[in-house]
Design a protein around this ligand. Structure first.
Ligand SMILES: [Fe+2]
Length: 431
């Protein structure tokens, strides 16, 4: 009888344990499924950090938590996101001694903190008291410390148990990769930004200096050699054909030169990949808009539209572009011009997976894609410039250095008429 009661109790308690484990597992899987989109979305890193921290806190059942990034020189943790703490400065920072950095790097997984272990991992020299944290998980990628997730109290002040630590460790391996990637991108972006600032302070911004910068961007891979220079030239020519002032034309040339500056942070391999990029690779490539924007935003340009052109040159009129899915009305004119100049050059340039389009085919495609993707007025201005090339009336030919114009003036006039027809038809429908 006693045995059956005991075995009944054991079964009940084992079912209870299994249920708890199952719930926890479910919570971790849920957190992981939330984390996936967060890591792959084109978001600002602060937003990604917040989502990653929420997922870890949820899986570990924590009420308070903070995600810290590790800086090597000087050794320091600085917060990228914090949640639930009543008093947490923003940013919170904790300077580290070599012994702290070493202990964090050597830790094999999350550690529960107590009065005797705070000083092993953290110093109290920062603007946040280490005893706020009850549990630490070092974030390591490529064998190096990239950051730390620090959790505070749980509801009811219960201890962190092995199961919570396991769930946390699983999630932290993903978070570590995201933090590591962010740190790499930041380092490159900072260096480029410093160079730009230095150049601005030494010379002022003028065409030659920016041309040198455009060339430096395009040496990344043979497939993009000369791209930024041509986009600058096309953008300026389009602006001219639209009757813009010389200052605005100069701004367009500079915006074209710098539009792809974020590509300095993209893996060189992706530029030569024969075939379509997979989603992860596409995200890295698409991020050049956001990284580029970060780089140029910290530089004082004489032309205010440059950061916008860098960030939004892949946006399209129907809202299908990236990174912000803006539509035509949200896009300033210089952005539309640089976007079209970029597309025109990409179409007429060889890619690892296709031959270049002829000028005629590229223009036909651009007319076909207006006004859905491109501003018809900008396409019209490009047609004007190419027509001038085709009849030899451009003092400096737009396309001469690499593609001969293989389209007759009459065919361009035909395309211009088609474009006009499409625009007036669209107007008639919208009235
Ligand atoms: Fe681009």
């Amino acid at each position: 009888m006693l045995r059956s009661i005991c075995s009944g109790f054991a079964r009940t308690s084992s079912v209870a344990v299994q249920t708890t484990n199952f719930r926890r597992l479910l919570r971790t899987v849920e957190a992981l499924s939330e984390l996936g989109p967060a890591l792959t979305a084109e978001r600002e890193f602060s937003e990604t950090s917040r989502l990653m921290l929420s997922a870890i806190m949820e899986a570990a059942g924590a009420r308070e938590g903070a995600l810290f990034l590790f800086n090597d020189k000087p050794a320091m943790l600085s917060s990228a996101a914090a949640q639930g703490f009543a008093l947490m400065p923003d940013p919170a920072f904790i300077p580290l001694l070599p012994k702290h950095a070493h202990a964090l790097s050597a830790a094999r997984g999350p550690v529960v903190l107590n009065a005797s272990t705070y000083s092993v991992f953290l110093s109290s020299n920062g603007n946040v008291a280490p005893d706020l944290f009850k549990c630490l998980a070092p974030l390591k990628a490529a064998g190096k410390l990239a950051g730390v997730v620090a959790l505070g109290r749980r509801p009811g002040d219960v201890q962190y148990e092995d199961d919570e630590l396991d769930a946390m460790e699983l999630l932290c391996s993903y978070v570590a990769l995201a933090v590591h990637n962010h740190a790499l991108t930041q380092t490159i972006a900072q260096r480029v930004s410093e160079n730009l600032r230095l150049m601005a302070s030494l010379h002022g911004f003028y065409d030659n200096a920016l041309e040198a910068f455009a060339t430096a961007i395009d040496v990344k891979h043979v497939n993009i050699h000369g791209h930024s220079l041509r986009v600058g030239r096309y953008a300026a020519a389009i602006g001219e054909a639209m009757g813009m002032e010389p200052g605005e034309v100069a701004a367009l040339r500079s915006a074209g030169y710098l539009h792809d500056i974020g590509k300095v942070a993209v893996d060189r391999r992706l530029f030569g990949k024969p075939g379509a990029l997979d989603p992860e690779e596409f995200r890295e490539m698409a991020d050049h808009t956001v990284v580029g924007h970060q780089i140029v935003s910290s530089v004082q340009f004489p032309w205010p539209k440059i950061p916008e052109a860098v960030r939004w040159h892949h946006e399209r009129s129907d809202g299908t572009g990236y990174p912000d899915q803006l539509s035509m009305n949200d896009l300033p004119m210089p952005v539309r011009i640089v976007g079209l100049a970029d597309s025109f050059d990409a179409m007429t340039t060889i890619r690892p997976y296709r031959e270049p389009l002829s000028v005629g085919s590229a223009l036909t495609d651009l007319v076909r894609l207006s006004p859905q993707k491109y501003d018809p007025n900008v396409v019209q201005a490009l047609l004007i410039q190419v027509r001038r090339d085709s009849v030899g009336s451009n003092r400096t030919p737009l396309l001469a250095d690499r593609i001969s114009v293989n389209i007759a003036a009459g065919d361009i006039d035909q395309l211009a008429a088609t474009l006009q027809h499409k625009v007036s038809r669209a107007k008639a429908y919208s009235v």
